[in-house]
Design a protein around this ligand. Structure first.
Ligand code: ATP
Ligand code: MG
Length: 265
């Protein structure tokens, strides 16, 4: 299942990828299939935990209002809340800034049997950091290689990695931000600071293109997910995750003890 995958070594051109894509489905069809995949994901998570051999890291990156939170809510709808961890990476603290940029990230990577979702990630260190010039180019430009090596290390030590860029266009972002502004119950989600980032849209697209192109590897591939339609976004990601977990060929551990004679009184 290589739909939406950025083949390692190729340069991605985001302007050529349609954020409205629906895979030929309508909303109803997509939702029905997603529901089934939600159940499959629930079972696969349980198996992952029970087998205790693999670890899964999911990286979510996107512009503001592109739907990172909604993706987490809908794709993991059925999964046992104890089975998935979410690590959100915000503006680094002083203590985090006193270290290298991967320091705060490494500690949150999944352990055996775990699934961890990065809501933003070390990629911010070649995205916002590059766009706003928070460190000199000489520093951020070396980071693509560090990141490839870091992710290769995780993969070599048994982590399966899937990275998703939620692809919306600028008009869709405007609509979503406007909807938040128009609804007082959503004002808590409205961040005036997002407007400053929105002004830098083209710079962000360029930074995303470089990041995705330079770090989509066999060990840690990127997927560019058309995300203007939330229901297609949820379906596309669910499909990839189910397919990934099924590809691990997991099985429940052999029972070492014979339970056939056990009586509970
Ligand atoms: P939401 O707005 O949906 O609650 P969010 O992920 O946008 O979620 P915020 O607290 O609004 O969370 O924003 C986090 C901000 O921190 C983003 O603008 C992001 O670019 C920024 N950030 C994350 N990592 C870094 C970093 N390493 N250096 C500088 N800024 C960072
Ligand atoms: Mg925000």
């Amino acid at each position: 299942m290589n739909t939406h995958r950025v083949e390692p070594g190729t340069a991605v051109d985001l302007s050529s990828i349609d954020p409205h894509e629906t895979g030929g489905l309508n909303k109803q069809q997509a939702r029905a299939e997603t529901k089934q995949l939600n159940r499959r994901l629930e079972a696969l998570q349980e198996l992952l935990y029970a087998e205790g051999k693999h670890k899964l890291l999911i990286v979510l990156q996107a512009m503001d209002a592109a739907g990172k939170d909604g993706t987490i809510r809908h794709v993991f709808d059925r999964v046992n809340p104890q089975g998935v961890k979410v690590a959100s990476f915000k503006k680094p603290t002083d203590r985090e800034l006193a270290h290298d940029y991967l320091w705060r990230v490494h500690a949150h990577t999944p352990g055996t049997g775990e699934i961890t979702i990065f809501n933003r990630s070390h990629y911010e260190d070649v995205l916002i950091v590059r766009v706003l010039g928070l460190v000199p180019e000489e520093r951020w430009s070396r980071r693509y290689d560090h990141i490839r090596d870091f992710e290769q290390l995780l993969a070599d030590e048994g982590t399966t990695i899937r990275k998703f860029y939620l692809h919306i266009d600028k008009a869709e972002q405007k609509e979503r931000l406007q909807a938040r502004l128009d609804n007082p119950d959503k004002h808590w989600k409205f961040d005036v600071g997002d407007l400053a980032q929105r002004k830098l849209w083209d710079d962000y697209m360029a930074a995303y293109e470089t990041a995705i192109s330079r770090t989509s590897t066999e060990a840690a591939p990127w997927y560019v997910i058309p995300a203007n339609r939330k229901w297609y976004r949820n379906l596309a990601i669910s499909r990839i995750l189910v397919d990934t977990l099924e590809g691990l060929n997991m099985s429940f551990p052999e029972q070492t003890e014979d339970l056939s004679g056990v009586v509970i009184d």
